[in-house]
Design a protein. Structure first.
Length: 270
């Protein structure tokens, strides 16, 4: 393989376009030290999401030693037909399920480590593995005050009460904001950069809403036709956004503090 173009160096890793000996274009991520673990986690998540053959993900061509080589995806517009198909396919991915809430590999979201150890139920998993570790990291980075942390902890105390009917673990992407949803030139959706694990299916839907995925209403309509959601799912969106907003406070500081505290207040109002 040879690198043909450098794409971006604004991350803890570098991004490149490459060319294999057989002529295939590939997407390459490289990083040293702790970043190697991030890339290994991404490779494990992509392979796991690919198993049910429900939603397209890039083929993992090679992984290890601080390098991740993926199938190249030519992107195109988000058509209504593609959005409808993606809604159904995402429902099928979730329905493929997981062995537990968690995953059998070390987790990461962006460059931050994430605890994937299993928990007996989703509320305890979400609070102890997803929300509170990042809220406390944000406090340690002085992006949240003690009062801010107390508010989110109060919201976490209500998770079991307001989470809706218990569901079995779903096979979720885990970081499904609009930037991790590519629309291929052929018209289909392709999922990239997962923080994959066994989780709650509403988490992926709430992430799609967080920064406004294109044709979101079409996606959600098709999803709900294929896999109806429990009553109150719209009201629970802020609950499922606590984790990504806490992560954003850790990564980007106080710019996301207000959104996190608003979401916590919305959870307390459920």
């Amino acid at each position: 393989m040879r690198i043909t173009r450098d794409l971006d160096d604004g991350h803890a890793w570098t991004l490149h376009e490459g060319l294999l000996d057989d002529g295939r274009r590939v997407f390459v991520k490289r990083g040293a030290g702790d970043v190697a673990g991030v890339l290994d986690s991404e490779a494990a998540g992509l392979r796991w999401l690919a198993e049910p053959r429900a939603v397209a993900v890039p083929e993992v061509i090679a992984a290890g030693g601080g390098t991740l080589v993926l199938e190249w995806i030519d992107t195109g517009p988000a058509t209504a037909a593609a959005a409808e198909r993606f809604g159904r396919d995402l429902a099928a991915l979730h329905a493929a399920g997981a062995d537990a809430f968690g995953a059998p590999w070390p987790g990461h979201i962006a460059e931050l480590p994430m605890d994937n150890d299993p928990a007996p139920d989703w509320p305890s998993f979400y609070v102890s593995r997803r929300v509170l570790p990042f809220v406390r990291l944000a406090r340690d980075r002085r992006a949240l005050s003690a009062a801010d942390v107390a508010l989110v902890e109060e919201a976490c105390d209500r998770v079991a009460e307001v989470a809706g009917p218990p569901e079995a673990p779903s096979r979720i992407h885990g970081d499904l904001w609009s930037g991790n949803l590519l629309w291929s030139h052929g018209g289909g959706a392709v999922l990239v950069d997962p923080a994959a694990h066994g989780g709650h299916r509403e988490t992926d839907l709430a992430m799609l809403a967080l920064f406004g995925a294109p044709r979101l209403d079409t996606i959600l309509g098709a999803y709900r036709e294929a896999a109806p959601l429990a009553a109150g799912w719209r009201e629970r969106v802020p609950l499922h956004q606590l984790h990504p907003l806490a992560v954003h406070v850790c990564l980007f500081g106080e710019a996301y503090r207000g959104s996190l505290l608003t979401a916590a207040g919305d959870v307390l109002a459920l």
